[in-house]
Design a protein around this ligand. Structure first.
Ligand SMILES: Nc1ncnc2c1ncn2[C@@H]1O[C@H](COP(=O)(O)OP(=O)(O)OP(=O)(O)O)[C@@H](O)[C@H]1O
Ligand SMILES: [Mg+2]
Length: 262
């Protein structure tokens, strides 16, 4: 069963920054959500996670309505979010940061959750006693992802996977995303580097001005540079650095045989 958003509207500062958005995130696949600065992507993520209360519309999973529920309820229903720019507590160790993420779970579920999350990140187990401040940027992002996985979600919504990371580090995160979908998790991936997202994704959406401008396969979108450019030129100076990262990332995606499913 997919995670389904229908006619979702989110207001901020008295304005609909997400205006009647519908999208479908299938299980076991990556779905890309692209769009320029201010498109409303992060607002959508926060509304899905219950941090912002949607004005109207639906977020549903397995017939249950999640829109307007509290974050803990949404997480318990199987939907985890990784908000944009999430940080670890720098003085706490990897293990302690994971404990922070499991504090609301029962003791058994917390233990199992931490073990399961660490399984997806092979190197992280050995680093569990290391303070977060001593980790590399890539390792920190892995712990952030692991925090979202401790509750055993069916769906995970990741806002800006590569934010602040060097291209080589982004490449190391790609197999991790693959492992998530291989284990059946549906991933909604918001990513500034379109090529990274589209290399991993099966389905894709482009959002602009609070509405969906494109919905279809990632492959079709890749073949439509005009649409991509119109959505990304607004990033100005970022466009040139995006191009170089996109090149290396494409190679990395190809290396993990992560072609989009048809
Ligand atoms: N706290 C807030 N109060 C009022 N308006 C806000 C608030 N936060 C964001 N906005 C506005 O909501 C709109 C959507 O912002 P949002 O952060 O969701 O976009 P985004 O697609 O995630 O952009 P980016 O690519 O820069 O992360 C923007 O016009 C933004 O200025
Ligand atoms: Mg954002």
């Amino acid at each position: 069963m997919p995670l389904t958003l229908d006619n979702l509207t989110v207001e901020r500062g008295g304005r609909a920054v997400v205006a009647g958005v519908g999208l479908e995130v299938p299980a076991g696949r990556v779905t890309a959500l692209l769009g320029p600065n201010g498109a409303g992507k992060s607002s959508l993520v926060l509304a899905v996670g219950g941090v912002l209360r949607p004005r109207s519309g639906s977020v549903s999973l397995d017939g249950a309505e999640l829109a307007g529920r509290r974050p803990e309820r949404i997480r318990a229903a199987g939907v985890a979010i990784v908000p944009e720019g999430r940080r670890l507590l720098p003085d706490l160790t990897v293990e302690e940061n994971l404990r922070v993420a499991t504090y609301s779970l029962g003791k058994k579920a917390a233990l199992a959750g931490r073990a399961r999350a660490l399984e997806l990140f092979p190197g992280l187990g050995e680093r569990r006693g290391v303070p977060a401040r001593s980790l590399s940027g890539g390792e920190q992002q892995m712990v952030v992802l692991a925090q979202a996985l401790v509750s055993g979600p069916k769906f995970i919504v990741i806002d800006e996977l590569s934010l602040g990371l060097a291209p080589v580090v982004v490449n190391r995160l790609i197999p991790v995303i693959r492992a998530m979908t291989d284990s059946g998790i549906g991933v909604l991936l918001i990513e500034q580097f379109a090529t990274v997202a589209l290399g991993l994704a099966a389905g894709a959406y482009v959002m602009e001005g609070g509405v969906i401008r494109y919905s279809g396969t990632a492959a079709e979108l890749k073949a439509n540079p005009e649409l991509l450019r119109s959505a990304y030129l607004l990033r100005g100076s970022e466009a040139s650095s995006a191009a170089s990262v996109a090149e290396t990332a494409t190679e990395a995606v190809a290396g993990t045989e992560a072609g989009a499913a048809e």
